[in-house]
Write a protein that binds this ligand. Sequence first.
Ligand code: BES
Ligand code: MN
Ligand code: ZN
Length: 506
Amino acid sequence: MNTKILFAATSEIETELLAVFAVDASANKAVKPEIRLLAGDGVPAQAARAILDGGEFKAECCETLLLHQPTGLKAKRLLIVGLGKVAKLTPHEVRKGAGTAVRFAKPRGLREVAIAVPVAEGLGPKLTMRAVAEGAVLGDYDSDTYRSERKDRSVQSVQIVAPVSADRVAAEAGLREGVIVGESQNFARELINEPGNRLTPTILGERAAEMCREYGLRCEVSGADKLRELKMGAFLSVTQGSDEPPALIVMTYEPKNAPAGPVLGLVGKGITFDTGGISIKPSDNMEKMKYDMAGGAAMIGAMRAIAQLQPQVKVIGIVCAAENMPSGKAQKPGDVQIAMPAPGKPGKTIEIINTDAEGRLVLADGITYAKSLGATHLIDAATLTGAVAVALGQINAGAFSNDEDTYGRFVEGLKVSGERFWRLPIEDDYREVIKSTIADIKNTGGRYGGAINAAMFLKEFAEETPWIHLDIAAVAWNDDAKPWLASGPTGVAVRSVVEWIRSYAG
Ligand code: BES
Ligand code: MN
Ligand code: ZN
């Protein structure tokens, strides 16, 4: 998708479809909505006056109204997109609204649209422009890689129309960021959508390496030999049942003249298919387990964005990629594995209770490895537990942290990313349930608090290093399409991880 800004009056824009946002400016308790259009000039409002006065359009978030041959405009169609109550308006609604405009155009064969940047109190020029661009790019995604008849329906060009008086520097900067981050999130979504046969750990490694070459990141992808050399017994135990070799992907971003300071370690779960192993999953919905590498893909997407945004902080991105399969070589419940040793310490021993709790095993070694490479602050992302869906539904993802400052930065970033994470506790009392009688710890903690138990397991490996864990299992895949978002992979966590990284760049 090609995006550009035009500083012009909306009436001058020649386009198949001009999208203009609308809000409800009525007081909270009012019975009748008071529709206000947020274009930089009044022409679209005049064109739509009669129909808006008619009351059929309420400007609820992502509600749409289409007018053909609008008077006074050069656009062939005027699409009004609701953003909800004006009092609650933020760039997040704008992101959704821009996505809605693009997704409206797509199935109708409109390859080119214009979107008027909303002008309203509380909408800063840079973040608003970024939200429009990001929303448009994200809205253009469909999981149609393998659908021959749908492939070329993309909206090819988006003209973003800003008032002539707009802050041009802020607008251009916002556009650039929105495109970079949106495209990187879509890059992650493409990877997540790939089925297990077409995206093995080896292929995921190749795709990551290719991305790194393109954007000038250092990248090293190694296989089982390296895992053995590093004594990654937890990671190896997951991959041993599969004929597909594992991939340990390490991507490094190091700014020129990097100031001495924090080194950020990103660790992603890259299970390219999770059958559960010997503790095999039921066959219903098992096909969804191709997205068990969504955390890893999010980290690859975040690195892709960081390579272009160039913050002044060193970042190491690690993806632990493997396939979890049952076989004569697979690990069994009851087996004891020895995790990667931290410098000067023996590796922790793990009693395997359930081979389907494999994500925490690969992440354990990924976290230890990130620390050994010098990471001072860690963040991991993983489709780790079904239990996080029980706890939080499919709206918020789970977040966990052992450090207030580190987590505080993440929360600040959510204001920009618009993603939703809810913090869950990892107090020491919870550790009781992962105690083992025959090893240091076991890999599951019983029926209750499953997402917390998994986080407690990871905490054993983060130890004193400030760390955030994101359990994205319930929100990494969108079952039902929304007006602004296709069904399928969401690419969640890319935006929030990017903002978290930028918070360290000074
Ligand atoms: N990949 C799954 C978690 C998952 C479930 C992701 C549903 C996306 C949707 C993970 O490896 C897993 O199987 N977790 C188990 C843990 C249990 C054995 C303690 C689970 O959640 O059931
Ligand atoms: Mn599993
Ligand atoms: Zn899994």
